[in-house]
Write a new protein. Sequence first.
Length: 498
Amino acid sequence: MRRRLLRKPFVIGIVVVVVAAGVGTFFLTRGDAASVSYRTGVATLGTVTQTVSLSGNLAADGETDLDFQGAGKVTAVNVQSGQSVTAGEVLATQDPATVDASLTQAEATLSSAQANLTQAKSGTSATSLVQAEAQVNSSYVSYQNAVTSLADTKAVNAQTVAQDSAAYTAAQATVTANGCTPGDTTPPCPQDETTMSQDYQVWQSAEVKATQSDDQAQGQVNADKVQWENAKASLAALESGSTSSSTQVATDQSQVAIDQVNVTNAQAAVNAATLKATSGGLVEAVNITNGQQISSAGTGGASSGTSGSPTHAIVIITPGVFEVTGSVSDTLVNEIAVGQPAEVVAAGSSEAVAGKVTEVAEEATVTSGVASFPVTVVLSGASPSLRPGMSASVSVIINQVVGVTTVPTSAVHTTGAGSTVTLFVNGKPQTVAVTVGASDSTRTEILSGVKVGDQVVIATISSTIPSSTTGTGRSLTGGGFGGGGFGGGGGGAGRTGG
């Protein structure tokens, strides 16, 4: 049994009544004045389920993004959107000339570093001095080239981010100019909202890519500077005749390790010049074309000289597997936890699909001072009839108690002093204090004060019986029945009055 959370339900819950009984009936008695009758129910064993509701749109789950890892020309694209692929299938290829050259250079640099290490361990020679000087010059040139490349990369990335930010700002201005508000369905508001959302995503993606690209370029500068500094240290050590020192050996070993990493990265870029499906699925998007020039490592759809943010070269999804992300308020977020079960109903469908909470955001999204936390639910199994983008309502089950004593929620009266239930005993109402547990809109768990089979008063009905001189009709007043169905027990209703 899960922990009991709230005494009042958040949304409509599910009630499974194990011991069924009926609702008491009305007894109206003619008299000179008013008479009072009671509508009753019976305390039964049942299940109380508390849920939190959210809504969102279905999105494909299990997405795989594939990109080339180096710059170069696309030589073949073998798939198109909507095509099914299998694991290991070749999707696209890139001209390997650039990445092959980078691998060759990295391997040569590694060989030189390994030779320096060997020489440092064995001693000094005139040849080693010449080689050390050449290494200093070569590493310095590489360092300067990396510095220039870093400046160019930052400039291009800054321009791209600025363009995408301007596009988003323009889209916001259009929404404002058209008087659109969130959820407005009046044309052209839906299209304006979609455009603004897309431009925002493009802008955010551009910032992420720019940061990654800048960091990569800065990393290359740092690596080349270390190589240059190590080369100078090696030359100085040779010239001073101390090449056999442990310091020089340690320096050369460090350089070998750096060059080995560069070779590994270069080899990975060569391997990535052939894009293969990592798993079977459906091609959702192809953002490259045959003959396109890929401008930098890790980019797919953006080529040299184009504007806009980079996109993934090829996107593969698992058909029929979906997730939906909605939001809950800051007052409810602590009731949601990863792993909780959920039921998802897509637009146009009357059947719920089981799901599970897979992510609860740690940080709120604040709009107009109102905080909300995104919650992601992944649907269980494949649902081929569903489509990405469909709106869906989600009920997350946050608490459920089974086989407990329950009464109709409308029978429970709660004040600052506590909760009470009116029992119907020997034809008379009797108010008793109770301790309540979980509650939804239909049933409330009773921990103490009521036992299974007790009749409880759901509503009080007043009836005025007119005299024969004023008519034969009767009127019913008082006694609202409250929300929630009445599980039930038989038992009649009594009356009081003169």
